[in-house]
Design a protein around this ligand. Structure first.
Ligand code: GLN
Length: 483
């Protein structure tokens, strides 16, 4: 096989399969060999789904043999964060609780990718139940950042970002509740898109915080993100919160010039705590957009400082409820040999969950308990409304908002793992969009002097992914011109 697997994009892979430069089967096998050789040190894969991948690849090759028209993602190897259930393929959510869990059905986003011809090659390491910003909360050990093995890949979709950066998958799906697609994308130097809440069905996504959870792509390019979103977006009767709004042709929306677009730059996201190199890279990219004809508008999102505390009340409250189902009765791990039912419940949860998940369950249960519900949960919901209004007001003046994705580039393994509050601050620029339900992307905009990737975040109104794609593509283009 002549193809360089490292540089394959969604589009170029499909073309290679369609033009019969390679069969889907040999391509999948090429990726298995690459994973075998290179993933030991990165540890992005928890499971390689060879059987399922080869069965799908054989279907694609049979179609090609018969000269049939191939579907849009024909033969493209895609990796799935291990919080999306896959029929017959172990799905752990990064937790000991689900170590041997074989789901009986498929997540809608996964089945849509497969229906579009994609080859699902594996299940990706992540923080336990998607709770974390470094992938160090995985029960199966951390993922290392392919750009610098001493550093974290970000989290919680660390494995999904790392496999795309390492070229051990062409693209991946991740999930974002407070930043878990965009933050690891920024740390690993790839593109990560969180679509509008309701744009992609959550059916089959193992729930962390249902009002905040989103599925989205991690890719090497903006146009790849558009190609994947195209397939996974749209109403699904299995998720009542999925929106019945037509899905535009995203690829067609990427190219139009950005001239005339108004971009808001919120002062709160360029304040204390922002690494000077990140600031310089993001401001440099904004200047290039201005040179391309965008109007740069200083704006304020005044309630931003309440975002992290609000998120950690709402997300933990929902988590404490969602994770109540793991009691040893129905799913996954059960502590052996308990004398009574209540001991079995207690031991199962004590042995099955890791420390961060326990902390979240306790915080959330406390916030929802009688006497504290009004003071914490209701208050947090009110502040969530204020944060959403900040965006609504800003979007009366601007078409999109640009910020850094993260305050710093990737940090070292172990650097923040003993300090949950420092870890929570890694999501300071990303949680706001989850709370407001608006879409956001992280796109690479430069590197630090140590060679670490820096990500720029673009936010837009609900269902305005096309605006995000246009601007992100312009940033990507300007970046390619420099490097
Ligand atoms: N890092 C955040 C948290 O720990 C966000 C996680 C996510 O988006 N799934 O909750």
């Amino acid at each position: 096989m002549e193809l360089d697997l490292n540089v394959l994009t969604v589009a170029s892979t499909r073309t290679a399969v369609e033009q019969r430069q390679v069969t889907a089967t040999s391509l999948a096998e090429g990726f298995f060999a690459k994973i075998e050789a290179e993933d030991k040190q990165i540890h992005a894969y928890l499971t390689v789904s060879k059987e399922r991948a080869l069965a799908q690849a054989a279907r694609i090759d049979a179609m090609a043999d018969k000269g049939e028209a191939l579907p849009p993602l024909a033969g493209v190897p895609i990796a799935i964060k291990d919080v999306m259930v896959t029929r017959g393929v172990r799905t752990t959510a990064g937790s000991k609780m689900l170590e041997n869990f074989i789901p009986p059905y498929d997540c809608t986003a996964v089945s849509r990718l497969e229906a579009a011809g994609a080859v699902i090659i594996g299940k990706m390491n992540c923080d336990e139940f998607a709770m974390g910003s470094s992938n160090e909360n995985s029960a199966y050990g951390p993922v290392r950042n392919p750009r610098d093995l001493s550093r974290v890949p970000g989290g919680s979709s660390g494995g999904s970002a790392a496999c795309v950066a390492a070229g051990t998958a062409v693209a991946a799906l991740g999930s974002d509740t407070g930043g878990s697609i965009r933050q690891p994308a920024a740390f690993c130097g790839v593109v990560g898109l969180m679509p509008t809440y309701g744009r992609v069905s959550r059916y089959g996504l193992i729930a962390f915080a249902s009002s905040l959870d989103h599925i989205g792509p991690l890719t090497k390019s903006v146009s790849d993100a558009a190609l994947i979103l195209q397939q996974i977006a749209g109403r699904d009767p299995m998720d009542s919160t999925s929106a019945d709004i037509p899905v535009p042709d995203y690829s067609a929306e990427i190219e139009p010039p950005v001239k005339g677009l108004r971009i808001g730059v919120p002062s709160e996201y360029f304040a204390e705590g922002l690494d000077p190199e990140v600031r310089r890279a993001v401001e440099g990219a904004i200047q290039k957009l201005a040179a391309a004809g965008c109007e740069v508008v200083p704006i304020s999102l005044p309630h931003t400082k309440y975002a992290i505390p609000t998120y950690y009340v709402v997300a933990t409250a929902e988590a404490s409820s969602n994770l109540a189902r793991y009691d040893g009765v129905r799913y996954g791990y059960r502590s052996p040999e308990s004398a009574t039912l209540s001991t079995m419940y207690r031991r199962t949860r004590d042995e099955g969950f890791g420390p961060e998940v326990k902390r979240r369950i306790m915080l959330g249960t406390y916030a929802l308990s009688a006497g504290y519900y009004d003071a914490y949960y209701i208050k947090a919901q009110r502040v969530r409304t204020l944060l959403t209004r900040d965006f609504e007001q800003a979007f009366q003046k601007v078409d999109a908002i640009i910020t850094p994705t993260t305050p710093t580039p990737a940090f070292k393994l172990g650097e923040k793992s003993d300090d949950p509050l420092a870890m929570y601050l890694a999501d300071i620029y990303t949680v706001t969009a989850d709370l407001a339900g608006i879409p956001g992307i992280s796109v690479p905009c430069g590197t630090s002097k140590d060679g670490l990737p820096i990500g720029l975040q673009i936010l837009a109104k609900h269902f305005h992914e096309p605006t995000i794609f246009r601007l992100a593509h312009a940033v990507e283009h300007a970046q390619a011109a420099v490097s």
